[in-house]
Design a binder for this molecule. Structure first.
Ligand code: AMP
Length: 279
């Protein structure tokens, strides 16, 4: 069932005690569907939200042109087991404007994607907290593709003692390794071809790590070498940070996040792998 009103959503969920929730911005692809399928296995009711949240876009970003196709999304989401697709308007969520935000500290938000998009995560944490407050799920399902988002939202849930769990699902990739993203449709043929070097560069790091390289600078250097093959790409960041705290490290001794972001024109793509740490 497609729902656009908060009161109707609350009414439908009022007596349900085992809800799985998948927040999305729509333009659903197999990455989103894997989250819905996983939730379907564990809950009586699965709710998927489709909300292109204006407050997580900066001026000049792609809010106006972000792909929207609610009919197709509804068919896809329900075909893999969503019970309710919650697709409220911006006015339904924010009215004439909200004065309240949920902000995670700078130590987690001013790096990686937060460096180039300083207001992005404030929009994300606020809208996810707000949606959780409406849906009251037992578990929220997030994709590991947005690694920093996962770390921040887990921290928000912990710090605010929200009564729910966060589950994560692996990155779903296209046939050639490119991480699926609603923004991949913006790429022209040449950019799409070069975009394979994102994952290729992460695989090279993984390979070096597997044969014993633990020095962060050396790993970043090999990664950058591979990314040079993407001649149309402008690198936003190449980072290897401690997982959970996102602190800088020189040597990989514990779980670490290898994360990259590049621009193809105005299209920004991200990808990551996690190294478990240790020798
Ligand atoms: P979005 O619609 O881009 O906000 O994404 C909604 C959810 O889907 C987030 O938890 C994303 O991390 C997740 N997601 C997006 N792309 C992928 C992917 N390729 N594999 C797995 N999860 C994904």
């Amino acid at each position: 069932m497609l729902i656009d009103s908060i009161s109707k959503m609350r009414q439908l969920l009022s007596n349900i005690s085992n809800i799985g929730f998948v927040p999305t911005m729509g333009a659903l692809h197999d990455g989103h569907l894997s989250l819905i399928e996983t939730a379907r296995k564990h809950h009586d009711i699965v709710v998927v939200s489709i909300f292109v949240n204006p407050s997580q876009f900066s001026p000049g970003e792609d809010y106006d042109v972000y792909p929207r196709n609610i009919d197709e999304d509804y068919t896809l989401a329900t075909s893999v087991g969503a019970d309710y697709v919650f697709s409220p308007s911006v006015f339904e969520i924010y009215g004439t404007g909200s004065l309240t935000n949920v902000i995670v500290d700078d130590t987690l938000t001013n790096k990686l994607c937060g460096a180039a998009r300083p207001t992005h995560f404030k929009g994300v944490t606020t809208v996810v907290a707000l949606l959780i407050n409406i849906i009251k799920p037992q578990k929220v399902y997030l994709g590991e593709k947005d690694a920093q988002q996962v770390i921040l939202l887990k921290r928000m849930v912990k710090d605010l003692h929200m009564d729910l769990e966060v589950a994560t699902c692996p990155i779903v990739r296209d046939f050639d390794g490119l991480a699926l993203s609603s923004r991949n449709t913006y790429l022209n043929d040449e950019e799409r071809h070069e975009a394979i070097y994102l994952y290729q560069s992460l695989l090279v790091v993984k390979k070096q790590y597997d044969i014993g390289e633990r020095n962060v600078e050396a790993l970043k250097k090999s990664l950058a070498e591979v990314l040079k093959n993407a001649t149309l790409a402008k690198i936003d960041y190449i980072e290897i940070l401690g997982y959970d705290d996102l602190q800088s490290i020189e040597t990989i001794e514990k779980k670490a996040l290898v994360a990259i972001a590049v621009f193809f024109g105005k299209t920004r793509l991200i990808d990551n792998i996690v190294l478990e740490g240790g020798f």
